[in-house]
Design a protein. Structure first.
Length: 217
């Protein structure tokens, strides 16, 4: 299956938007808030074939996935909530930590094993871009993202931020099934490691930030 990966992690350098499509025009087919907040296994596959059987530095990949799971499971800092910051900002902070973890492990992985980690890297970059767009009208250097001086003037998080976070959660879940359970368990079908049946959907989203998944009933 052809890999389509845009380097969204390079979108923002020093707070300036350099490249990447705008995600403001994303038109979701379901409420993105619900999609990201309550990720449940749907249209799942059980008993998947793990593509990589001789992964180099599997121990490092396992440690990274465990770290990512812990990050995703952490509740939002109550102090941030008291400042009036929303859960989407909490997801942005988590995505930055996820990107740091992935950036650390990638140099020690074979390229053939790294595709799903690149997806996580790029989804984190898309979230960073979306967060920048929420505050750019206040401070176009990106400073307001960290300063929190005008939270009441932030734009509402766009659909792309929500769906990016949803896909991060799904990919980490599927990587856990692949690496810790030898492919046995329910999956979302969003990883190369398990030859997922929704990779085209994920790659299309990485290309333009538009969600193409099926509408939930």
């Amino acid at each position: 299956m052809k890999k389509v990966i845009h380097n969204w992690s390079a979108i923002i350098i020093g707070g300036l938007v350099l490249t990447g499509c705008s995600t403001e025009d994303a038109t979701p087919s379901k409420a993105p808030d619900e999609a990201a907040e309550s990720v449940e296994v749907s249209d799942a596959t059980t008993g998947n074939q793990v593509r990589q059987t001789d992964m180099k530095n599997k121990a490092g990949a396992l440690d990274t996935v465990e770290s990512l799971k812990r990050i995703l499971d952490e509740p939002m800092d109550p102090a941030l909530m008291e400042e009036g910051l929303d859960k989407e900002y909490g997801w942005y902070l988590k995505s930055e930590r996820i990107k740091n973890q992935v950036d650390h492990i990638l140099p020690y992985m074979e390229e053939s094993d790294a595709a799903d980690f690149h997806s996580l890297q790029n989804l984190s970059g898309m979230i960073s871009h979306s967060q920048y767009m929420r505050t750019a009208h206040i401070d176009n250097t990106g400073g307001e993202t960290e300063a929190h001086t005008a939270v009441d003037r932030w734009k509402t998080a766009d659909a792309a931020l929500n769906y990016s976070y949803m896909y991060i959660k799904q990919i980490v879940h599927d990587l856990d099934i692949a690496l810790n359970h030898n492919g046995v368990g329910d999956t979302y079908g969003v990883t190369y490691m398990l030859d997922g049946n929704h990779l085209n959907e994920v790659n299309a989203f990485l290309s333009d930030g538009v969600y193409r998944g099926e509408e939930e009933s």
